[in-house]
Ligand binder design. Structure first.
Ligand code: BES
Ligand code: MN
Ligand code: MN
Length: 457
């Protein structure tokens, strides 16, 4: 559409500068020292929604970080799209591995480097700019409601209640989210599923105090040694998770489904080279795409205890700790899996230590339909702006709230993501290609157009 094209080419530079300003706000949700920045970021998002042309926008306080909500209702007879995203970001650590400041965005070789550049400020902001483009050119095909939260990276603990409390306000026909990745600009794709998540923390306690490892070593169990042994036993030699019952509910794919999943272009040599690894690893009998797309996992996210300072200290620590998350696939339930983990871990603990397993946050896996008018609208939008049909893929990441959109609001989601797997989200030097940012802004309005057309509008 010419009006969109013109508007975008006249405003792209400003769009980018506005994004850079947003990236300068360190809205880290995991660390309370950033509380004021989180609030500042919520205000900035609200201002952007108003400037983009929303009829109204507000910062809604919750028991945690605020949720920003705005809407533009052009005609009640048109379908309504609920856009979801998050303005909170992961902690930037380890800082010394960044080549430029995580909150001092720079553009190098067409890429925006900053924490949140892709996940999810860059992607969420595309929707605000697409809304602006449609609103300012009086070409909104659908009504738009926008909900941008500030706790996605810590499990969206307060968003469920917000959905419950605001069912009427959030009434829509579909949820549209850009917080996932596609294969590449040459191979645009749409994720049609996300894994769930179940988090646990472990504490292993041995003696009542740190001990001299010479005086007591060999006679008293070392909790760190024990923790390592226990954690190592959670996978067998085939990369299979050993917790009894863990796979009971995992839906096996049909041979056709597996074949289709593996049709996605994937270059294992390039994959290894990009990651600097000599070999891939994983559950025996599955391809890399299956391992990340449709198989569950168990990973240590952190393990600590004992002495970690300079030099050496001959200590036999009193305690050892670990954080573990498990990625889940349909039809595994986060609470059930955490329970299975706890039971198993307690049962394998030797008598010479005590173990405590604390269950953490979780999120349900989701599969999004590919035969719905909304998916078809997204596919057609991609076809329009990329000149290629998108490839459906299964994403390995998690967005815990997506399952609740269906449960609480009865809404299906379309995951129209423009990130790339190597955008370094959650890692040092997170980036987002300027081209992807612009392509997203260009594509989103077509989703609205084709979605409205599917209602005969
Ligand atoms: N945007 C990601 C999820 C994602 C990334 C999905 C790439 C698909 C492809 C999201 O912000 C995220 O990081 N989620 C967390 C969940 C959580 C409860 C902290 C995750 O997946 O670890
Ligand atoms: Mn995200
Ligand atoms: Mn994230």
């Amino acid at each position: 559409m010419q009006a969109w094209k013109d508007y975008q080419s006249q405003n792209n530079d400003r769009f980018l500068n506005e994004l850079l300003d947003l990236l300068r706000i360190p809205s880290v949700s995991a660390d309370s020292k950033y509380k004021a920045d989180v609030a500042k970021c919520a205000d900035a998002v609200k201002d952007h929604l108003l400037k983009a042309g929303c009829d109204n926008a507000e910062v809604c306080s919750t028991a945690g970080n605020p949720i920003v909500y705005g809407e533009k209702i052009v005609d009640p007879s048109l379908p309504t799209v609920l856009v979801y995203g998050h303005y909170d970001v992961q902690p930037p650590d380890p800082l010394d591995l960044w080549t430029s400041g995580p909150f001092e965005p720079v553009i190098k070789e067409g890429r925006i480097y900053a924490r949140g550049a892709c996940d999810d400020k860059g992607q969420m902001f595309m929707h605000i700019k697409a809304l602006e483009m449609m609103a300012k050119t009086n070409t909104m095909p659908c009504n738009i409601k926008v909900m941008i939260e500030g706790e996605e990276e810590v499990g969206s603990g307060n968003l469920g209640k917000f959905l419950e409390d605001n069912k009427e306000k959030l009434k829509a026909n579909v949820v549209l989210v850009s917080d996932t990745s596609m294969i590449s600009m040459e191979h645009p794709s749409i994720e049609t599923g996300l894994r769930g998540l179940s988090a646990v923390e472990i504490e292993v306690t041995g003696p009542n105090r740190d001990l001299h490892s010479g005086v007591y070593g060999g006679a008293v169990a070392n909790p760190l040694n024990t923790l390592c042994k226990l954690v190592a036993s959670l996978h067998d030699e085939n990369g299979h998770i050993t917790i009894p019952g863990f796979y009971d509910k995992v839906a096996d794919l049909t041979p056709e489904e597996r074949k289709e999943l593996n049709l996605a272009p994937f270059d294992i040599e390039e994959y290894k080279k990009d990651l600097g690894i000599n070999e891939v690893w994983g559950e025996k009998g599955y391809t890399t795409l299956e391992r990340t797309g449709v198989r569950p996992t168990l990973d240590l996210n952190g393990i600590w205890g004992g002495y970690q300072g300079e030099g050496s200290k001959t200590v036999l620590p009193s305690k050892a700790n670990a954080k573990i998350t498990m990625r889940l696939v349909p039809h595994q339930r986060p609470a059930e899996i955490a329970e299975l983990f706890q039971k198993h871990f307690e049962s394998i603990a030797p008598g010479y230590v005590t173990v405590k397993v604390t269950k953490g946050h979780g999120g349900e896996p989701v599969v999004t339909p590919t035969d719905s008018p909304a998916y078809k609208a997204a596919a057609k939008a991609i076809q329009t702006t990329f000149g290629k049909d998108p490839i459906p893929t299964r994403g390995g990441g998690s967005i815990p709230i997506i399952a609740l959109f269906e449960k609480t609001l009865g809404l299906k989601t379309v995951l129209l993501g423009f990130g790339l797997d190597n955008d370094n989200i959650h890692s040092p030097n997170e980036k987002y290609d300027v081209a992807n940012f612009y392509k997203g802004i260009e594509t989103i309005p077509y989703f609205h157009k084709y979605f409205a057309e599917s209602f005969g509008k």
